[in-house]
Design a protein around this ligand. Structure first.
Ligand code: AMP
Length: 293
């Protein structure tokens, strides 16, 4: 496994790779969700490039950039064990040299939900991901359903800017009790870790109501709110019922849905989501409906 820290070294390494190249962008502090993306890339591509970069432009002024968890030696050991060929670990100065002033902004699908709570977040994501696409020139890029709005925003960018690559959406990996794996779970106290399962319980309540035939968004949202009302440690930020293809909020569900929510549980702000009907929560289902159409 080659670890490269500079753009020049990455470009030189990329030039030598023949055959399909898969890219897995991450912010490090890797867990089994990240691992599943690497495994998918490894199965389908001749070479796998992973990136580890805590991207400052996607953090708001009052967010956790300086405290974001990091463990590079452990991350590199995991990536090596999974057969990654190249790891790109740039410094912020490499990615954003002095006088940097060009940003990529996807206008509509980045509004609302995470975009409403974190106004500059997706501009940072699309800027860094477009830089990574230009630098790594992947044929395939792997993202997690965990960050579903990010997938929709990136797919829009890929279409609009004609990036010649395919986006793959991998299912959300969960702890045994249903909590979605996240690097930010490391911030949870023991009590808050218990309360964090409320996000998953709220999604399950929405699924149950949906499977009973409920199609009114307000009623599905009500089911989620009722679950949060039982857990004072978890503060719901939003619960969204949107079309999976473009994340437009709906009043009545008549096509595949993404139900998504965000909540503060102690220190961290956590997000989770589910596609409905539930069988869409697979690699094939999510890749077919999320941000497509
Ligand atoms: P991050 O390091 O949090 O920026 O995540 C890097 C990639 O891993 C993104 O495409 C995420 O959507 C994905 N990811 C994060 N958590 C999970 C999870 N629990 N299951 C699957 N993919 C995930």
């Amino acid at each position: 496994m080659i670890v490269v820290e500079t753009i020049d070294a990455l470009r030189a390494t990329r030039r030598d790779l023949k055959g399909r190249v898969g890219l897995v962008p991450t912010m490090g502090y890797l867990h089994d969700g990240h691992r599943s993306l690497v495994i998918a890339a490894r199965q389908e591509c001749a070479h796998v490039i992973a990136s580890i970069f805590v991207n400052p432009t996607q953090f708001g002024a009052n967010e956790d950039l300086s405290t974001y968890p990091r463990d590079l030696p452990r991350d590199l050991a995991m990536l090596e064990a999974e057969g990654v060929d190249v790891v790109f670990v740039p410094t912020a100065a490499q990615m954003y040299p002095p006088r940097f002033q060009t940003y990529v902004n996807v206008e509509q699908v980045s509004q609302g939900k995470e975009g409403a709570s974190r106004p500059t977040h997706f501009r940072g994501v699309t800027t860094v991901v477009s830089k990574l696409f230009n630098l790594c020139q992947p044929d395939d890029a792997y993202f997690g359903q965990k960050d579903a709005q990010q997938v929709v925003v990136i797919r829009q960018m890929v279409r609009d800017l004609n990036f010649p690559l395919r986006i793959h959406v991998c299912p959300t990996w969960r702890e045994a009790d249903g909590l979605a794996m996240s690097s930010r779970n490391a911030y949870l106290s023991v009590e808050d870790r218990q309360a964090a399962v409320t996000l998953w319980r709220a999604l399950q309540a929405m699924r149950t109501r949906y499977e009973q035939g409920e199609r009114r968004a307000a009623m599905l949202q009500e089911a989620a709110r009722a679950v949060f009302a039982t857990e004072p440690r978890a503060a719901l930020d939003y619960v969204s019922v949107a079309r999976a293809r473009d994340l437009e909020e709906v009043e009545t569900a008549d096509e595949p849905l993404l139900v998504s929510l965000a909540a503060r549980v102690g220190k961290p702000r956590l997000i989770d989501n589910m596609l409905l009907p539930y069988h869409l929560n697979s690699r094939e289902g999510a890749t077919a409906v999320l941000g497509v159409g």
